[in-house]
Write a protein that binds this ligand. Structure first.
Ligand SMILES: NC(=O)c1ccc[n+]([C@@H]2O[C@H](COP(=O)([O-])OP(=O)(O)OC[C@H]3O[C@@H](n4cnc5c(N)ncnc54)[C@H](OP(=O)(O)O)[C@@H]3O)[C@@H](O)[C@H]2O)c1
Length: 214
């Protein structure tokens, strides 16, 4: 199964670092091939087996992680609707304003649900919503991993992504249906606000007690 990550920003780079360890032929896409090649050369901890590609080539994978801002994600998804049909699309986007003070969506929905609504023939899976980029750089905290909640309305697609994530230095939990992203996305903004107050942002993540030890 081909897997691609699109975007060379903070989350794209962090996810490539973490997933590149587990997925040898992982494709890393960008709007600029030169940019992604440069990123691979200069980023510490990136596997030498990562394949730099354009975003267009990355669309050929079966599991696709776009790491764009929500405001860029929806126009991109609309433009590539037919190529995304039948694929698993892993959504990490939080619909925050650019100053991180509020949401750009109403209470009764979430980025993941809006994406699924736009792409009915695509299997949208939410993940890493609450995982800030610096946690991807340093996942172990005091010897503990934090939780990644995987959500979808497509059980097989969710199971596929959870299997793909096995072995990453995070605890991967079934987060239920896409509707739970209404909570997850909002909890992430809350997490950020509290972490800023206590001086730990962006190194902050969740771990639930009582859920086993691995
Ligand atoms: N930052 C966090 O800690 C964090 C945590 C959880 C979830 N998220 C979510 O992850 C997403 C990315 O956040 P980030 O902090 O990594 O953002 P970022 O550093 O700004 O990176 C976004 C990347 O998207 C690509 N891009 C930018 N504009 C685009 C466009 N118009 N069309 C297509 N691609 C475009 C660019 O890569 P190329 O130039 O290579 O194309 C850019 O580097 C957001 O939706 C955010 O809500 C972020």
């Amino acid at each position: 199964m081909r897997v691609s990550i699109l975007g060379t920003g903070r989350m794209g780079t962090g996810l490539v670092r973490v997933l590149g360890e587990m997925i040898p032929d992982l494709q890393w896409g960008s709007r600029s091939l030169a940019k992604v090649r440069q990123k691979i050369r200069e980023t510490e901890g990136i596997s030498g087996l990562i394949q730099p590609v354009t975003n267009e080539t990355a669309l050929e994978a079966e599991v696709i992680f776009p790491t764009f801002w929500y405001r860029d994600l929806l126009p991109w998804a609309a433009e590539h609707k037919s190529q995304l049909s039948g694929k698993i699309l892993v959504d990490i986007a939080n619909p925050f304003t650019s100053d991180f003070t509020a949401f750009t969506l109403d209470w009764g929905t979430s980025a993941a649900e809006e994406l699924q609504r736009l792409l009915p023939e695509t299997k949208v899976v939410g993940a890493f919503k609450n995982t800030f980029f610096s946690v991807l750089e340093q996942p172990l905290h005091q010897g503990l991993t934090s939780d990644v909640f995987v959500t979808s309305d497509h059980e097989e697609a969710k199971a596929c992504v959870m299997a793909l994530l096995q072995g990453i230095p995070f605890r991967v939990l079934d987060g239920g249906g896409l509707q739970n992203n209404r909570t997850l996305e909002r909890m992430t903004l809350f997490e950020r606000e509290v972490a800023l107050r206590y001086g730990s942002y962006p190194y902050v993540s969740f771990r639930l007690f009582g859920m086993g030890t691995d």
